[in-house]
Design a protein around this ligand. Structure first.
Ligand SMILES: CC(C)(COP(=O)(O)OP(=O)(O)OC[C@H]1O[C@@H](n2cnc3c(N)ncnc32)[C@H](O)[C@@H]1OP(=O)(O)O)[C@@H](O)C(=O)NCCC(=O)NCCS
Length: 216
């Protein structure tokens, strides 16, 4: 079972009223125009894998902002808030009228931008199986059985992406309250129960699940 609506990689699309872009990761450190504050952050990042994923995230976010909103990459920065959540600034001014979120895996870099809160998460199918190892921590009683979480690798990836996208909607609250706070009721159609209420979309990349969350 491979739940989710196919999403075309490399093409900006609207999902739940947010603009979304998914790009395949390229090996190594990708080329992306960085602003001063972004360059300073990168200079402090010693770990090669972290540098690569961070750059892939900036690139997909800036491409999305350029294509969806006409933001020139050289005037745009995507910088972390204290919580780690990303925020857009244009010409050095934080754009509090926009919310951006992003996610990266070995295979993909994805971003979503909207005028109000949005969460996005991608989970490679090969990593979906991780959820079985932490099942007790992330599922509530009966949840996994009811939504068919363990039907396949793809359903596991889908559940993971839905829970993470849901958690990211609460900017600053990813670890508290934790993955149990997002109860996945169904994968087809995608439906979660959380407080405050949220709507979710489940999309399918060739070898990964992608989820988007918005306030209901
Ligand atoms: C911190 C966390 C965001 C990392 O997520 P991840 O899956 O390892 O990585 P992703 O690539 O999907 O997301 C990372 C991006 O989320 C964004 N992010 C970080 N903190 C965030 C927050 N508090 N709120 C919203 N977005 C956040 C950042 O843009 C980050 O990328 P960047 O630092 O390169 O800019 C968080 O989701 C996490 O580790 N949660 C664990 C919770 C858990 O138990 N999950 C089980 C899943 S069922």
């Amino acid at each position: 079972m491979r739940p989710g609506v196919p999403l075309e990689p490399g093409v900006v699309q609207q999902v739940l009223g947010a603009w979304v872009l998914a790009e395949r990761r390229e090996p190594g450190e990708v080329e992306v125009t960085l602003g001063e504050a972004e360059r300073a952050l990168l200079a402090e990042m010693p770990w090669p894998l972290r540098r690569c994923e961070w750059l892939a995230g900036r690139r997909v976010a800036k491409r999305l902002l350029q294509q969806a909103m006409g933001f020139e990459p050289s005037r745009t920065q995507v910088l972390p808030l204290e919580s780690g959540a990303p925020r857009v600034s244009f010409d050095g001014v934080p754009r509090t009228d926009l919310v951006i979120n992003l996610s990266h895996t070995k295979g993909w870099a994805v971003a979503a931008v909207a005028p109000s809160r949005v969460g996005i998460d991608v989970c490679d199918d090969v990593d979906g199986e991780r959820i079985a190892r932490i099942a007790r921590r992330v599922f509530s009683e009966g949840e996994a059985e009811a939504c068919g979480a363990f039907a396949s690798r793809e359903t596991q990836a889908a559940v993971w992406a839905l829970k993470e996208a849901g958690l990211k909607l609460f900017i600053g609250g990813v670890f508290d309250p934790g993955a149990r706070a997002i109860r996945v009721e169904s994968l087809t159609p995608p439906r979660v129960v959380a407080q405050p209420a949220m709507q979710v979309a489940l999309l399918r990349l060739p070898d990964a699940a992608l989820a988007v969350s918005r306030d209901a």
